[in-house]
Design a protein around this ligand. Structure first.
Ligand SMILES: Cc1ncc(COP(=O)(O)O)c(C=O)c1O
Length: 371
């Protein structure tokens, strides 16, 4: 072997990334702190569970798992197309909407191009842009933690390929209004793809001025949705995207062939048909949010009103946010610090069922007394 200096094995854009540090699992918390109860409110999952129809559907699909799944997940694709009144060619189904974000980054960037988003939004998009080595312009959110639509549009240049808006946004729970969406779309050039990430759509759909991006016919928009949140199937990894046929056709070229899994498809199909469970999930979240707002108002806690299934608490400093999250963890309440999302002094609380919120409030009070 020569001693000649070699280049680094790993490209610098990958070296600069950090690995995803997941929150503590229920088991880890039990072992570390022996809390009397656990409320896992860290990952915006559905604390009500999932549709009772899912189990039977999985058992029915089980004998097929020795075979590769249908690469297009056609049965689910058809169901999604028909519920949203679009043709099947406009739908892509994959292992979570995060996988579609990865596909978008693989498909649309080559050297020198950029995407634009907010500085406080879904960390998964930051990561996938980093993996692709594409430039991401992060535009500060407004004082009230909203996407600054004007500043996003102003940041577009000749190398801009994509604009990413999570609506409602994670971790803030805020949203861009119908008027803002229309204003933005009137100004975004047609060769810039607008990614409307609607992972929390089901919780937001009835808000009066919420823009249903699919109800417009803009050619340069892709809408992303997921079965991980309102449908309670985060563990199965199923999400979908809806866009113009040729955009979907190109995404399918970069999709991993056999995603989602056959069981994921079967579970999602069953969940998709259960309107009752969905309705109940939305009710639980709406009630839980109102209860949390009153509690926070009563305690003088700063927070941001949300149209998703989580509420963001705002602390005076990062140290306070760290101390609060740790103290709650020791009581068995698992919350999410959101420094990786761009907001080091904030903490996100997923809305759970009544017992979760009881445990949250009780633990909060105990902490305040001990202070
Ligand atoms: C805004 C947003 N988009 C996408 C995702 C990814 O969801 P999944 O990959 O589970 O479909 C999440 C998950 O937290 C999210 O908050």
């Amino acid at each position: 072997m020569s001693n000649k200096q070699r280049r680094s094995l790993v490209p610098s854009n990958i070296e600069q990334l950090s690995r995803y540090i997941a929150g503590k699992t229920i088991n880890e918390v039990v072992v570390a702190y022996h809390p009397s109860k656990i409320a896992k409110l860290a990952s915006n999952e559905n604390r009500l569970g999932f549709s009772s129809k899912v189990q039977g559907a999985i058992l029915k699909a089980l004998p097929s798992i020795q075979n590769y799944p249908d690469p297009l997940a056609n049965r689910l694709r058809q169901a999604i197309a028909s519920k949203n009144n679009v043709s099947e060619d406009r739908v892509v189904v994959a292992s979570g909407s995060e996988s579609i974000l990865a596909m978008l980054c693989r498909t649309f960037f080559h050297n020198g191009q950029n995407a634009i988003t907010a500085n406080a939004t879904f960390v998964g998009f930051f990561v996938q842009m980093g993996v692709r080595g594409a430039h991401l312009k992060k535009i500060p959110v407004t004082k009230d933690y909203r996407f600054d639509v004007k500043a996003l549009v102003n940041a577009i240049d000749e190398n801009t390929k994509m604009l990413y808006v999570a609506n409602p946004n994670n971790p803030t729970g805020t949203y861009i209004t119908r008027q803002e969406f229309e204003w933005m779309m009137d100004r975004v050039p047609s060769d810039v793809l607008v990614v409307m990430d609607e992972a929390y759509y089901e919780f937001a759909q009835d808000v009066e001025d919420y823009p249903h991006a699919l109800s417009y016919s803009y050619d340069n928009v892709i809408v992303l949705r997921t079965f991980s949140k309102a449908y309670g199937l985060a563990g199965f990894r199923v999400g979908y995207g809806i866009a113009r046929e040729d955009i979907i056709d190109n995404l399918l070229k970069t999709k991993l062939t056999f995603e989602p899994t056959a069981l994921g498809e079967a579970a999602a199909l069953a969940a998709y048909e259960d309107d009752e469970f969905l309705k109940k999930s939305i009710e639980v979240v709406n009630e839980g949010k109102e209860r949390l707002y009153s509690f926070f108002d009563d305690k003088g806690v700063k927070y941001v009103r949300s149209i998703s299934n989580s509420v963001m608490m705002v602390f005076d400093s990062e140290d306070e946010a760290i101390a609060f999250t740790q103290a709650m963890l020791e009581k068995g309440v698992i919350l999410r610090r959101i420094h990786a999302f761009g907001l080091p002094d904030c903490v996100r609380v997923t809305i759970g069922v009544q017992e979760d919120m009881d445990h949250f409030e009780q633990s909060f009070e105990e902490i305040m007394i001990a202070k």
